[in-house]
Design a protein around this ligand. Structure first.
Ligand code: PDD
Length: 278
């Protein structure tokens, strides 16, 4: 694989970041994951807008101009002949002696790599996911897409160790997100219910697109908090992310959702999302 680090395209074995990079010492870095289908980037402008917002919240400048950044994406896809998978981008504040005080003048580090993987035809899309619930103990600025992902990683690992696929996190019983995706339900009236945007969840690019497509297709959408109990009695449940697209959730804490099989509305939203993304 060829990766990109600070102006250079390198074989992955030759690419490195300093141990003094603040990404390593403080997770002082933001990232984006965008899907690639048929060799093309999905929802690129929205990912770049969110990147700009994350960077602004942390006061990290984007080290290259937006046109150059798009060129880097295209060049990396070309060099790796990527047709289906993801492209990962990370901007960290850069290197400085270890100090909790953020350095004024660091040179940001920019890293990109690709990962080939099937996104369109997956077992999860066909069979749906089984999840368990856990209290959301992440920090309070989940709207900033930082590389501080340890709690999410712990919960994903715990879920797999428990024999299921993922977690749905909650605060006082109200669902926030899954470990690396947004969580949604469809109730008995056919209404898509999803938690409203705030600092408590990542402002998912896929979430935004799916809400638009759902509304366009005549589906009613309600942005409000919903409880785990409501989710367990919902007709359908699903997650959204750049790499999962729309993926059904068929079980929460051992309770089957609806029929316990991927529901028709979720499948329709997945098809619609894929259709509009390619
Ligand atoms: N995760 N919530 C969390 C906590 C996430 O990590 C993600 C994405 C999402 C969905 O956002 P989007 O639709 O913009 O991908 C929601 C990416 C895919 C990851 O970390 O791999």
């Amino acid at each position: 694989r060829t990766v990109y680090v600070n102006g250079q395209y390198l074989p992955e074995a030759e690419a490195s970041l300093s141990i003094f990079d603040r990404a390593v010492l403080f997770a002082d870095a933001v990232y984006e994951v965008a899907a690639v289908i048929d060799g093309a980037l999905v929802d690129y402008p929205a990912h770049q807008q969110r990147l700009a917002r994350s960077l602004k919240e942390l006061g990290i400048p984007l080290p290259v101009d937006p046109d150059a950044l798009l060129d880097i994406h295209h060049e990396l896809l070309r060099k790796n002949a990527l047709t289906e998978g993801l492209i990962y981008l990370q901007v960290s504040r850069g290197c400085a002696d270890r100090n909790f005080l953020m350095p004024h003048k660091a040179t940001p580090s920019l890293v990109l790599f690709t990962q080939a993987m099937p996104l369109l035809d997956t077992v999860a899309a066909t069979n749906g996911l089984r999840v368990i619930s856990r209290p959301d103990m992440r920090w309070g600025r989940r709207d900033i897409k930082t590389t501080q992902l340890l709690f999410a990683s712990m919960m994903k690992t715990e879920a797999v160790a428990a024999g299921v696929d993922d977690v749905w996190l909650h605060e006082q019983g109200m669902v926030t997100e899954a470990s690396s995706s947004n969580a949604h339900i469809i109730n008995d009236a056919g209404v898509l219910v999803t938690r409203p945007l705030s600092n408590e969840i990542l402002h998912g690019i896929t979430r935004a697109a799916v809400l638009d497509y759902a509304a366009e297709s005549g589906m009613q959408v309600e942005q409000r908090t919903f409880s785990l109990e409501e989710a367990k009695t919902a007709r359908e449940a699903f997650i959204t992310s750049a790499t999962a697209f729309v993926t059904p959730v068929v079980e929460i804490d051992g309770v089957a959702i609806g029929t316990g099989r991927p529901g028709p509305a979720t499948q329709r939203l997945r098809e619609l999302y894929i259709l509009r993304s390619r």
